[in-house]
Design a protein around this ligand. Structure first.
Ligand SMILES: Cc1ncc(COP(=O)(O)O)c(C=O)c1O
Length: 429
């Protein structure tokens, strides 16, 4: 009996474990709707963000003239983060001492191990440095490693602070527009990119995956654009802040993993802030192309006396990367469901709006040109008639006019309410 027990139980236990991992990890393994039935975390719970000094509520007044709107603009989530992260922060708070904090090798090892596990890329911890944010890190790189008026290349439409950091540091902005096909899918214009890269560009800022168009660049696309940079001596900053938010089985390819030649010129920006909703903790990591660049950057952080803190971001980051995977995988299933809901709602009730099907991020990019309004009128209409604050497409530069960016990282009921209000405004119900 004992022998039978020991032979059969492990067999079933291992079988169940493999089946569970297969269902959670492999998005192709089950139809989407079936997978949602295994969600344990309550992503449907509506949290009142006005109680936590949320920028999306308080700052809405600056951008939209009111905060009496459903805030679907700035990119943070309305979900409570993974319980393991809350527990780690509570345990840290219970220590009751919040003095200067130092990131030990253990911290950077947790980041490297996560990259290896999720993306098959093992970054060298010797190349890593802390940054209070990806954007401030980028700004420091441009000021430290380029000269005023140097050319910096970006691909628009793209996250608008890319253009801002270039303009605000007195560098010269060069834009290679993305191409959009009839189905609303975007690709890189490699011919245009090569022409511009050959004309004295110093850095290319890549958005990988891409905010706002939701593309997960393929290895072939990354290699093609990376090889152009290698050929023309253009260094790459690859902003991979959204790389943990892969939808529907898409796979993130870190730019620095594409080839040794590309790795040698690529600096990668990563953070748990988007996927685990930790933007308020300021905890980003820069994986430098060279140790010399890393050392120069860290020396500058020290000169500015911002190299050490914050103590909560440290434990939150380690908890996310060491224990947060299961929560994240379930979040991704919910987000995919939200994206599908938006497309189905618009197809049925608001055919003037054409939402994309993002391959990554929680940001839905909606073609609203059929509403026939200019950008100012569209913004006013959404805010005043529909009571919804979307990200304004025109902010994202070339190709953004007439588009809306909808932050879908909120309970589905909130999206439904926003789209229903928009429908009523469009059809004058
Ligand atoms: C592509 C991209 N990079 C960077 C950021 C902001 O990063 P941080 O808050 O770390 O500066 C965002 C925020 O939405 C983003 O979408």
């Amino acid at each position: 009996m004992n022998r039978l027990f020991f032979a059969v139980v492990p067999f079933f236990a291992v079988g169940t474990l493999i089946a569970t991992l297969f269902i959670i990890r492999d998005p192709g393994a089950q139809p989407e709707r079936k997978k949602e039935s295994i969600i344990q975390y309550d992503f449907d719970a509506v949290v009142d963000r006005s109680q936590n000094y949320a920028a999306k509520v308080e700052e809405a007044i600056l951008h939209y003239g009111t905060n009496d709107v459903i805030p679907l603009w700035i990119a943070d989530m309305d979900f409570k983060t993974a319980p393991c992260i809350v527990d780690a922060i509570k345990a840290r708070a219970n220590q009751g001492i919040f003095g200067y904090t130092w990131r030990t090798p253990k911290y950077f090892e947790a980041i490297a191990a996560w990259q290896q596990k999720r993306n098959g890329w093992l970054p060298d911890t010797e190349h890593m440095a802390f940054a209070p944010g990806v954007v401030p890190g980028m700004r420091m790189m441009l000021t430290m490693f380029t000269q005023p008026a140097d050319k910096i290349l970006i691909q628009q439409p793209v996250y608008h602070p890319f253009a801002d950091v270039v303009n605000n540091t007195g560098r010269q902005l060069v834009v290679s527009p993305l191409k959009r096909d009839e189905d609303g899918r975007y690709t890189m214009d490699l011919g245009d990119f090569a022409k511009k890269a050959a004309d004295g560009v110093k850095y290319f800022i890549l958005c990988n995956p891409h905010n706002p168009v939701g593309r997960v660049w393929t290895r072939e696309e990354l290699k093609a654009v990376g090889d152009i940079c290698v050929k023309h001596g253009v260094r790459i900053i690859s902003d991979e802040i959204h790389s943990d938010l892969m939808l529907d089985g898409h796979k993130h390819i870190p730019m620095a993993s594409v080839s040794p030649e590309i790795a040698a010129i690529t600096t990668t920006c990563i953070a748990p802030s988007k996927a685990f909703n930790l933007a308020g903790l300021q905890s980003s990591t820069i994986v430098y192309d060279t140790v010399e660049h890393k050392d120069a950057y860290v020396a500058e952080l020290k000169r500015m006396d911002i190299a050490r803190n914050n103590c909560f971001s440290l434990v939150a980051t380690m908890a996310a990367y060491e224990q947060g995977e299961e929560w994240l995988d379930q979040l991704l299933v919910y987000l995919s469901g939200n994206m599908r809901f938006i497309r189905e709602f618009c197809a049925e009730h608001l055919p003037e709006l054409k939402p994309n099907a993002p391959e990554a991020t929680y940001l839905c990019w909606i073609d609203a040109r059929a509403l026939g309004m200019d950008d100012a009128a569209l913004k006013k209409f959404c805010v005043e008639k529909a009571g919804v604050a979307f990200g304004e497409g025109s902010e994202f530069g070339l190709g953004g006019s007439g588009f809306l960016r909808l932050n879908a990282a909120c309970p589905r009921s909130v999206i439904q309410k926003a789209l229903t209000q928009l429908e009523a405004a469009v059809y004058n119900y």
